[in-house]
Design a protein around this ligand. Structure first.
Ligand code: GAF
Length: 396
């Protein structure tokens, strides 16, 4: 049994006085390309990773939900599904309350539950620890009360909780990939239709994620501001969303946009095209094309969308200098710190790791975490006995 399974099941028993009958999991994710395109109805290319949130759970006979958060100093939240669900002063608890509230609003009949939660998705790193928490809670109530709800709808409920209850206007990418990912594949997601297409990862390459450990500031306010700027651009261009503008149309109409809005729109329009091309390059194992697209994506996030920070640009430069044309690297996630993702030839992984561990601290005073990741399956039941690959994932 893995350490994480051991922790969550034994602490569940200590707290609630019985062994859990259910164990659910939902993974974090890394986005390979397609940043800030999801809320513009565009395209993204993420995969789920071998870091996840686990929930051990039992049904209760009453309407009380009790949640033990093992990653938050064992704090407990308690609320009732038969009373209006209000905000908790504990931030983590609102992800849970929000999901339950919107499940109830969709008409699902829920009763009480005892739940213990623990995970190993690095928090605040842009690897979707929040989405994995929302999705595992949706998954838990689906299992406990045999809800007839699709993985897609669990993702939508998670997004609703984050938008309306927690207050971050995120798109659908993180929840959808956590709920629906396929093993050893990335997913090209059309965020308008929510259609997903599995894309095999390039053979002979590994996904390397480096957490800059640069503390992220103002993430939600800057994120929400970017979203407003994109909406302003689509209003001026007379389209429903920036997804509806291709590069030619953008070039013809860009003079209508004020300077900053123009930059934001240029990122989104070009990123949508890059993302679709990257899916083709990946399926064809065309690494030289993929690396060029990832490099352009990073540049666009740095110069037009202005969501990178110097530490992230430095990590990208260090890795790029090492892998050259043989792999791709870019910032991943919402921005303002967090992680970079690299697709690295297997025979260069250790070398890249060593260079990052040597050079990055020297030049920033920060210690990075290097994760060599696999692409994992989306949320569902977790085998109580299974040895968890999460724990054996290689972490620097
Ligand atoms: C965050 C959001 F939650 C996603 O919806 C997405 O917009 C991403 O930032 C940027 O691509 O992870």
């Amino acid at each position: 049994m893995s350490q994480l399974v051991q922790l969550v099941t034994s602490e569940f028993a200590n707290k609630f006085g019985a062994a859990p009958s259910y164990l659910l999991q939902a993974p974090g994710r890394v986005n390979l390309i397609g940043e800030h395109t999801d809320y513009n109805d565009g395209f993204v290319l993420p995969c789920a990773i071998n870091f996840k949130t686990l929930a051990a759970a039992n049904k209760r006979d009453d309407n009380v939900v009790r949640v033990l958060a093992l990653d938050c100093d064992g704090q407990v939240d308690e609320f009732s599904v038969s009373q209006p669900i209000s905000e908790s002063p504990q931030l983590w608890a609102n992800y849970i309350r929000g999901v339950v509230k919107y499940l109830l609003e969709r008409g699902f009949q829920l009763g009480g539950a005892d739940i213990a939660i623990a995970g190993d998705v690095p928090r605040g790193a842009g690897l979707s620890s929040s989405a994995s928490l929302e999705v595992v809670i949706g998954q838990t109530f689906k299992a406990l009360y045999q809800l007839d709800i699709s993985q897609q709808d669990i993702a939508l409920v998670g997004q609703q909780a984050e938008n309306l209850f927690v207050g971050c206007n995120c798109g659908i990418m993180d929840q959808l990939i956590s709920a629906k990912a396929e093993q050893q594949h990335a997913s090209l997601i059309d965020c308008r239709t929510l259609e997903t297409k599995a894309v095999p990862l390039p053979s002979g390459h590994s996904i390397v994620i480096v957490n800059s450990n640069k503390k992220r500031g103002l993430v939600d306010s800057e994120y929400n501001l970017r979203r407003e700027q994109c909406e302003q651009a689509s209003a001026i261009l007379g389209v429903k969303a920036l997804r509806d503008v291709d590069w030619q149309q953008f070039e013809a109409k860009q003079h209508l946009l004020p300077p900053v809005t123009l930059q934001r729109a240029r990122h989104v329009v070009s990123e949508n095209e890059r993302t679709q091309q990257a899916a083709i390059a990946m399926a064809n194992n065309d690494m030289s094309r993929l690396q060029a697209l990832m490099a352009e994506s990073h540049q666009s996030m740095r110069d037009d969308f202005e969501i990178t920070v110097p530490e992230i640009d430095l990590l990208v430069a260090i890795i790029k200098a090492e892998i050259g044309q043989r792999g791709g690297v870019r910032m991943t996630g919402g921005g303002f710190g967090g992680c970079v993702v690299a697709i690295v030839p297997d025979d260069m992984v250790q070398q890249v790791k060593q260079v990052v561990l040597r050079e990055y601290p020297k030049r920033t005073g920060l210690t990075p975490d290097v994760f060599i990741c696999s692409a994992e399956i989306g949320a569902g039941q977790h085998d109580m006995q299974l040895t968890d690959s999460v724990i054996s994932a290689e972490c620097a």
